[in-house]
Design a protein around this ligand. Structure first.
Ligand SMILES: C[S@@+](CC[C@H](N)C(=O)[O-])C[C@H]1O[C@@H](n2cnc3c(N)ncnc32)[C@H](O)[C@@H]1O
Length: 263
């Protein structure tokens, strides 16, 4: 199969997968402890972009929970997602948001249109990773910033658990794979970016508070928001210690188009 045909088959598969997942996301973000964790994750990403960034894109914005927080800091932030069903849920978080149903592999924006592009967990759903990142660079201004968070598979145990889950669960696509820290840096650089920051994110809070639709144990634990707060603090410590940071489930990458330094 040609790469273009592969891309369109995957795009269709993602639309179908996320049609089923849309109600699960609404359920996931319905618990205070889960929202607390997600909000900390979002703050970690949003804090990377300067406050004066005006035109913001959330690429693969899903149900718009992250976009709502982005828009509080950067009013007018735009969200794009391939799944119309996911976007439909966003009305409850950010009514009247600027939303586009579209494919990250064919972005309908003018070159240089954005000061910052955020991608939270969308890159690994695509097959042409460098192409996706090149599209991000294309729509960024020369001074723009890319902020991504993607599944990190440096830890062999995490890699194994993810592979098993993605293979066995109907809520994942086996073709969606996480990245190694080194691998995602190489892809980002290959797409013409200079990587300025790389940080692991999420461990205990990610597992226990992040996905109550998959692992709901915290729902039954009294004081689950306090516990989540504690997990978040522990995770920060873990991810800051060289040698332990490999326990992080995600990696947050910040990058700038390379031309702004070289040209
Ligand atoms: C793991 S979800 C993350 C959603 C959201 N960023 C969040 O954190 O809740 C990945 C999202 O990427 C979207 N997606 C997958 N492939 C895409 C593509 N080619 N173009 C745009 N969005 C895509 C999916 O529809 C889904 O909403």
């Amino acid at each position: 199969m040609s790469p273009a045909a592969q891309d369109s088959t995957n795009a269709q598969a993602q639309i179908e997968l996320h049609r089923e997942l849309a109600p699960r996301y609404a359920y996931r973000y319905g618990f205070p402890f889960s929202r607390l964790f997600q909000e900390d994750w979002h703050a970690e990403m949003i804090g990377q972009a300067p406050g004066e960034s005006r035109a913001i894109l959330d690429l693969g914005c899903g149900t718009g929970f992250f976009l709502a927080e982005l828009a509080r800091v950067h009013p007018g932030a735009v969200g794009l997602d391939i799944s119309h069903e996911m976007l439909k849920v966003s009305d409850q978080y950010i009514p009247g948001a600027k939303l586009v149903t579209g494919d990250a592999e064919r972005l309908p924006f003018k070159p240089g249109a954005f000061d910052a592009v955020f991608c939270k967990g969308s890159l690994h759903h695509t097959r042409d990773h460098v192409g996706f990142l090149e599209n991000c660079r294309e729509v960024l201004s020369p001074e723009g910033l890319l902020v991504m968070s993607e599944p990190c598979n440096d830890n062999p145990l995490i890699r194994f658990a993810r592979a098993l889950l993605y293979r066995k669960s109907p809520h994942f696509d086996e073709g969606d794979q996480g990245f190694t820290r080194r691998g995602i840096i190489a892809l980002t650089e290959a797409a013409g970016f200079e990587v300025t920051r790389v940080k692991r994110y999420g461990c205990l809070a990610y597992v226990f508070a992040g996905f109550p639709d998959h692992l709901g144990i915290l729902r039954f634990v009294p004081g689950n928001t306090l516990l989540t707060r504690l997990f978040i603090r522990l995770d920060r410590l873990i991810c800051a210690i060289p040698g332990l940071a490999i326990l992080g489930f995600h990696v947050v990458i910040v990058a700038r188009p390379r031309s702004q330094r070289t040209g």
